[in-house]
Ligand binder design. Structure first.
Ligand SMILES: [Zn+2]
Length: 93
């Protein structure tokens, strides 16, 4: 048995176990069922961490298919940018 990597269009890279030499060019994703294409990689070498790989794929995908949003991203939990303490003393309209 060997582990083969496939790239799901909805999720990220998935790994499927097949007997050696029997992996097909595509497989269905175990999470969403979408057809995933096989990804070839060098065996037994250090690989890009999954989280980093997912972000790189997302950035690559957004170059040709930008994600459409309906509202600005929430800044909850993030640092406040561009708010100077003196702005609270300015007159309000
Ligand atoms: Zn999937």
């Amino acid at each position: 048995m060997a582990v083969y990597a496939y790239r799901c269009p909805n999720c990220s890279e998935i790994e499927v176990v097949f007997p050696i030499g029997t992996a097909s060019a595509s497989a269905s994703c175990p999470d969403c069922g979408a057809t995933s294409v096989r990804v070839f990689s060098a065996p037994m070498l250090a690989r890009t961490p999954t989280a980093l790989s997912a972000q790189l794929q997302r950035a690559e995908r957004s170059a040709s298919e930008p994600e459409v949003v309906t509202s600005p991203p929430s800044r909850r939990g993030g640092p406040k940018v561009g708010v100077h303490p003196a702005t609270s003393r300015l007159p309000r309209p």
